[in-house]
Write a protein that binds this ligand. Structure first.
Ligand SMILES: *Cc1c(COP(=O)(O)O)cnc(C)c1O
Length: 359
């Protein structure tokens, strides 16, 4: 019996994909070796990889003048690579400090260059975002950086600022492919795959090719985006297993309605949980309603004791990963693409029952 996995990352995978991986792990499609034993310079890997990149492009209609590839190092390495490449001496970058992940990115950038804080959600406890229309890049900014979904705080941009000629860079680790996104409004989109796309190990990079003209070209090889773009992400050994699994998840997304289909599901799944919260005096959401995340639903019970009890009892029902991040406490249900609809419905039913017994 599979558990219901509400963990924030690593997180639930589509069962079909796990079974496909299992079926082909030892002997990939009758070729007599495993994908994770094959050279990344050989036909077997490259065939899978090319198809993966093609599916990736197709799912978001990524224009041809964008490079797409995968790297290692987690989303966290990008907190460093972005300023190393684009935050040049004599320039500055605008950061929107909207919570744990955007703030970590800003902290790293500050070590490398001049950061202008365009927004800081500190006073609200990082429970709200600026209105997208109000966000204007500062004069001469080399880029504007934001995090599309704060995985820990549970807030998500519903639409994005128009930054004009200033390149917009977004960390979409935790809501990527949960909705359609107009890629051409961004200079760069990246994210760790372990939230919505596959097992940990790979980071996807989508970058407009002309960004390379603006980069610091005097970097060590791995840190230089041009090296990776030129080699389609195969400058060094890529995270093969993670990419293989992502390739299967992309096919699963395509078979389930693409980004539009994922959005429809995300609205329905998060709707189950927010409906319970909104119709109750027992649960509360600390988050500005306008920016509620459809991926990570953060909520509280009347006391920390009840929250601990909630986590314990949910676990007994086979529901895992509901404890809020250690930095903020409370409860959090992550409802990524692969989480079955029934699991969200089961959690909503459990919440009502828990309230009835403890309210
Ligand atoms: C998880 C997460 C990260 C960090 O990812 P790592 O792969 O662990 O480095 C960064 N940004 C967001 C939005 C995340 O959810």
């Amino acid at each position: 019996m599979r558990k219901m996995n509400f963990a924030a990352g690593p997180s639930v995978m589509p069962l079909d994909v796990l079974e496909e991986l299992q079926k082909n792990l030892v002997d990939y499609k009758g070729k007599g070796l495993s994908m994770i034993e094959a050279s990344h310079r050989g036909g077997m890997f490259e065939e899978m990889y090319d198809e993966c990149l093609a599916d990736f492009r197709e799912l978001l209609s990524i224009p041809d003048d964008y490079d797409v590839y995968f790297l290692g190092g987690g989303a966290t390495l990008q907190f460093t690579m972005i300023p190393m490449n684009f935050l040049l001496k004599g320039t500055h970058a605008d950061y929107l400090k909207t919570g744990s992940w955007a703030n970590k990115a800003a902290d790293d950038a500050e070590k490398l260059g001049d950061v202008n804080t365009l927004f800081d959600g500190k006073d609200s406890g990082y429970t709200t975002l600026p209105e997208p229309e109000s966000v204007k890049p500062s004069e001469g900014a080399s880029y504007l950086y934001l995090c599309s979904n704060e995985t820990i705080g549970g807030i998500e941009w519903q639409s994005f600022p128009d930054t004009g000629d200033v390149p917009l860079i977004a960390d979409m680790s935790s809501d990527f492919l949960s909705r359609p996104v107009d890629v051409k409004n961004f200079a760069m989109i990246y994210g760790g795959v372990q939230k919505n796309l596959g097992p940990a190990g790979a980071v996807f990079i989508i970058m407009r090719h002309d960004m390379l003209d603006k980069r610091n070209s005097n970097l060590t090889a791995y840190m230089d985006y041009a090296k990776h773009a030129k080699n389609k992400g195969l400058y060094n050994t890529p995270p093969v297993f993670s990419i293989w699994a992502v390739s299967l998840v992309l096919k699963w997304i395509k078979a389930n309605g693409g980004a539009e289909g994922m959005l429809k599901n995300a609205i329905e799944k998060s709707g189950y949980i927010y409906d319970v919260i909104d119709s109750s005096d027992f649960y509360r959401s600390p988050v500005d309603k306008r920016y509620r995340s459809r991926m990570n639903v953060v909520f509280r019970c009347p006391s920390e004791e009840l929250e601990a009890k909630f986590v314990d009892e949910a676990k007994k029902e086979g529901m895992l990963g509901l404890k809020g991040h250690r930095s903020v406490g409370g409860l959090r249900a992550s409802l990524y693409n692969a989480l079955p609809m029934e699991d969200a419905a089961s959690l909503a039913a459990f919440m009502k029952e828990f309230e009835r017994r403890n309210g």
